[in-house]
Design a protein around this ligand. Structure first.
Ligand code: C2E
Ligand code: CA
Ligand code: CA
Ligand code: CA
Length: 280
């Protein structure tokens, strides 16, 4: 028993040091990645109740020459902790805006073009100015109105006054807001009313197998009811099965996202799909 305990300790230490090592390595390689074009964006279609494409969500991708593909869930939190999210976020915004302009110039019209923005980025003192410069450089006045920033409920834990101020200034530039992963975090309804949000994205945990899960059904019904009352659009994400899509559509959901319709795509593949299944 004593021996096993020691082994347990050794294993634990190895695991922790491996994680710390990986964390440090990712942090170092992220700097390199930003300077060497290893960071790109993919675009996942957002569809309406007829499965026609109405928008896209930009999702960051990192193919590291050293470590291979690294998932956003692995490096975004590290970028947030180290402050690198500011540079990374700028790179994502520039890439996203130039894609939106490029698609527009090629005659492709979307209702919305969604970009994930972390709280730390949103609250950075230079963020609003920076977005303004980019909007003026890349986007014609009508085009800025297609941009939706997806923020998470963690903004509620931050200084709400600063959050609201930043959001209002961005809204004046034409940018709209969506509350991502809705239902998983603080979900304070009073804050939802204070923030200039126009859309709720129901977390994929609720959509998955919803047609068989009564608790998820009750939660989603409640969310749809709140959204209706507040005049918000709802996007159900993580749809993997036709049954779940049909169920949510009949419940009143109007926008959907998930592997059932399409995985996140390279820009060219997105365009190819769009020319076949566009709503616009
Ligand atoms: P998210 O914003 O909730 O993005 C949706 C995630 O669900 C994406 O994972 C997407 O690939 C995945 N997904 C889409 N459809 C399905 C489905 O049918 N089933 C399942 N199981 N998953 C599906 P991804 O790309 O790995 O991103 C993970 C998270 O990383 C995102 O969650 C977001 O929080 C963060 N992230 C991704 N891109 C960015 C970015 O550009 N900036 C920031 N700040 N965060 C990002
Ligand atoms: Ca998102
Ligand atoms: Ca989400
Ligand atoms: Ca998320």
């Amino acid at each position: 028993a004593k021996g096993a305990g020691r082994d347990g300790v050794v294993l634990f230490n190895e695991e922790v040091s491996h994680r710390v090592e990986l964390h440090l390595q990712i942090e170092r390689l992220l700097h390199f990645a930003l300077e060497n074009q290893e960071i790109r964006l993919c675009y996942q279609p957002i569809v309406d109740e007829n499965k026609l494409i109405v928008g896209a969500e930009c999702l960051v991708r990192w193919y590291s020459g050293r470590l291979g593909e690294i998932a956003p869930m692995q490096f975004i939190p590290i970028a947030e902790q180290t402050g690198l999210i500011i540079r990374l976020g700028e790179h994502i915004l520039v890439t996203a805006f130039s894609t939106l302009r490029d698609w527009h110039e090629r005659g492709m019209e979307l209702q919305q073009f969604s970009i994930n923005v972390s709280v730390r980025q949103l609250l950075h003192h230079d963020f609003v100015n920076h977005v303004q410069v980019l909007v003026e450089h890349y986007l014609s006045p009508g085009l800025a109105g297609k941009v939706v920033f997806e923020i998470t409920e963690t903004v509620i834990a931050a200084d709400v006054h600063s959050v609201v101020t930043a959001m209002n200034e961005l809204q004046r530039l034409g940018i709209r807001f969506s509350m991502d992963d809705f239902g998983t975090g603080y979900s304070s309804l009073s804050y939802l009313k204070q923030l200039p949000v126009e859309e709720l994205k129901i977390d994929r945990g609720f959509a998955h197998n919803v047609c068989k899960d009564e608790e998820s059904q009750a939660l989603i019904s409640a969310i749809l009811h709140i959204a209706n009352t507040l005049g918000l659009t709802v996007v159900a994400e993580g749809i993997e099965k036709e049954e779940d899509f049909v169920f949510l559509r009949d419940l009143g959901c109007r926008c959907f996202q998930g592997y059932h319709f399409s995985p996140p795509l390279e820009g060219d593949d997105y365009i190819r799909l769009l020319t076949h299944c566009s709503a616009g």
